[in-house]
Design a binder for this molecule. Structure first.
Ligand code: GDD
Ligand code: MG
Length: 377
């Protein structure tokens, strides 16, 4: 055990050797920061951590693994601190996801910088770092190529947003070199609309700037220090799709975006009536289907129910006759009672909504019960 109580999972670890000088790009490794408690998604995240929260038909981090694998990354370190056993139970060693996965477990969260530092022994000379709650259609391979061509110490992928206050504001010069990084800027500090998209390319030796074994922020500590030192830091701008799924509104938004194909994902289901129905789901003939929607494996939708628009039933959900679900995500094994109505809500696993109950703009944690005729609006 590390003095600060940090444990590095060494199962399957191998001895790392730096590539021979001048060798072509070696295996690329990535770290996914997936140790946050997901407080803004409570109560859902009390039982299920954000990395494995479902996003339509798959655990969230699988979307990130697909992005990394597509760019030639073959090994990923999951940096986990909160419910690590659940993340490991879903992803294991990566077999079945096309990528090798190892785990760096913190017994107490070390912050975004401390978490990368904690993973350092598992890395080699160049590292991709991803916040574990962002989704984007990034061309990561070209970001790495530009980073390499410019011989940068670090690249921070940027994205334009309307409200930089909730993010890390990043100012660049005309050549795209980063001048300033201000985490959660005050309104008077906002001079641009580009923010940190939560993806970095780092030359691993620069991690020497991070103190080991203590809480440390990559945004408030590491990047400002790197800039002060005068290192070359690039800020390539990603103009495509980007979202942080960390709030209930954004969590719902990413579902709408995937169903509307604003973010392309091959969903596990057969196209039907402008939505998708999994082959192991039962949707009665008498169901009103309003596109788009997704019905996952094991779900059963009874006659007279109304699904959509933007209804996602993750798996094993039961929708009783006459129930209506729209603009909502219903997690595994929830039951929506007869004539119940759900809108703009996220319903956790195993939740039971009684007859004629009504939930609008709600978040229900695992196992909640809404008794017959209960309503929140
Ligand atoms: N392992 C580990 N340990 N991971 C952590 C820890 C920790 O102590 N703290 C946070 N994380 C992970 C979270 O799980 C999340 O995936 C990621 O680091 C970022 O943390 P958030 O708490 O979601 O930060 P944020 O959304 O307020 O801001 C960050 O993301 C923005 C983009 O979405 C910053 O990086 C901003 O600069 C950025 O703009
Ligand atoms: Mg976030």
């Amino acid at each position: 055990m590390h003095p600060a109580g940090v444990k590095i999972a060494t199962r399957g670890a191998k001895i790392l050797r730096p590539a021979a000088p001048g060798a072509a790009s070696t295996i690329m490794k990535a770290v996914i920061l997936a140790g946050g408690e997901g407080t803004r998604l409570r109560p859902l995240t009390l039982s299920i951590p954000k990395p494995v929260a479902p996003v339509v038909d798959r655990p969230f981090l699988r979307h990130q693994l697909d992005l990394l694998a597509g760019a030639g990354v073959s090994e990923v370190v999951f940096s986990v601190a909160y419910h690590p056993e659940q993340v490991e139970a879903v992803f294991g060693d990566g077999r079945g996801f096309g990528i090798r996965i190892r785990y760096a477990v913190e017994s107490t969260p070390l912050g975004t910088g401390g978490a990368v530092k904690n993973a350092e022994p598992l890395l080699d000379e160049r590292t991709i770092v991803l916040n574990g709650d962002v989704l984007m259609d990034l061309d990561l391979a070209s970001i790495v190529a530009r980073h390499e061509a410019a011989q940068a110490a670090a690249s921070i992928v940027l994205t334009p947003v309307r409200n930089p206050e909730a993010y890390g504001l990043v100012e660049t010069d005309l050549e795209g070199r980063v001048l300033r990084f201000v985490e959660k800027p005050r309104p008077e500090q906002i001079r641009t609309n580009t923010i940190n998209a939560g993806v970095y390319v780092l030359e691993t030796p620069v991690l020497e700037l991070m103190p080991p074994g203590v809480q440390y922020s990559i945004e408030r500590g590491f990047f400002p220090t790197l800039l002060e030192r005068g290192d070359r830091v690039l800020g390539p701008v990603h103009e495509g799709y980007w979202i942080d799924i960390g709030t209930p509104q954004q969590y719902l938004q990413v579902h709408h975006d995937i169903l509307a194909r604003r973010f392309p994902v091959e969903l596990d289901g057969e196209p039907r009536a402008g939505g998708w129905i999994h082959k192991d789901a039962t949707v009665s003939e008498g169901t009103a289907l309003e596109a788009p929607f997704y019905v996952g494996p094991g779900c059963r939708v009874e006659p007279g129910a109304h699904l959509g628009p933007n209804a996602v039933l993750v798996a094993d959900v039961h929708v009783a006759p006459g129930a209506r679900v729209r603009d909502s995500v219903i997690w595994r094994a929830a039951r929506i009672g007869p004539e119940a109505e759900v809108a703009k809500s996220v319903v956790g696993p195993g939740v039971a909504l009684g007859r004629s109950s009504r939930l609008v703009g709600g978040l229900l944690g695992e196992g909640s019960v809404l008794s017959d005729y209960s309503r929140n609006s």
